[in-house]
Design a protein around this ligand. Structure first.
Ligand code: G6P
Ligand code: MG
Length: 217
């Protein structure tokens, strides 16, 4: 039996969600826009461009294309500063165990991330070779909640969407997985990710037996 296992990156494999938050917060502040935790929740899984558009809309601001591009570059510069020091210790608990279990059971594995920095991060934490396919922000034209990123991942794994399982920490990502007709597994709080098929606080709550049951379903 084979299933396609698709992992989001930020907030699922590594705790970079906190770095994105810090960088967006800084940017919002520079524009005199108030930026709350709830709003940040809505930016998770959302592309860089779309995120800035949302922040500007919340703050009722319109800016020139030039300033927009400038802010985009600054945000990424700050974010890259945070991830520059990263190594495999920043992997979230039990992610290596789950990846190893899947590899031991010969399951196809893909990344499905909105980030254009995904390959940089995978290299930093040394898990590039665990993936049979890598689909990231450079490969898609439509951001989550659009299912495009996961549908491309399924295709690259040669699996039908119904046979794919997606690990996601974002509202937009769970919606994307559901829309793609995949099994969605939320990593985070039930209050936020209630629309996922399953929700766990983190991978330590996901047993080998549970994964086995997914493979055999
Ligand atoms: C992930 C994160 C988002 C981020 C997006 C784009 O989905 O959850 O917070 O905005 O990737 O990332 P990038 O590294 O390309 O700015
Ligand atoms: Mg995420």
């Amino acid at each position: 039996n084979k299933k396609g296992f698709i992992f989001d990156l930020d907030g699922v494999i590594v705790d970079t969600a906190k770095y994105h938050f810090l960088a967006w917060q800084q940017l919002a502040k520079s524009l005199d826009i108030e930026f709350t935790e709830e709003e940040n929740e809505q930016l998770k899984g959302v592309s860089r461009v779309r995120s800035l558009e949302k922040i500007l809309a919340w703050g009722n601001k319109t800016i020139s294309q030039e300033l927009f591009d400038d802010l985009m570059a600054k945000k990424n510069e700050e974010y890259l500063g945070y991830i520059a020091e990263m190594d495999d210790r920043e992997m979230l608990p039990d992610v290596p165990r789950v990846l190893n279990f899947l590899k031991a059971h010969k399951q196809p594995i893909s990344l499905g991330s909105a980030s254009k920095n995904a390959r940089t991060i995978l290299e930093r934490i040394n898990i590039m070779s665990d993936f049979d396919a890598i689909v990231d922000g450079n490969d898609v034209t439509k951001a989550k909640p659009d299912p495009e990123v996961f549908l491309i991942a399924a295709k690259e794994l040669h699996m039908s969407p119904e046979d794919c399982i997606v690990f996601e920490d974002s509202v937009a990502g769970v919606t994307a997985a559901n829309t793609a007709n995949m099994i969605s597994i939320g990593i985070g709080s039930k209050d936020v990710l209630g629309h996922a098929h399953y929700v766990f606080n983190d991978f330590t709550e996901i047993s080998d037996d549970f994964i086995k049951s997914l493979i055999e379903k």
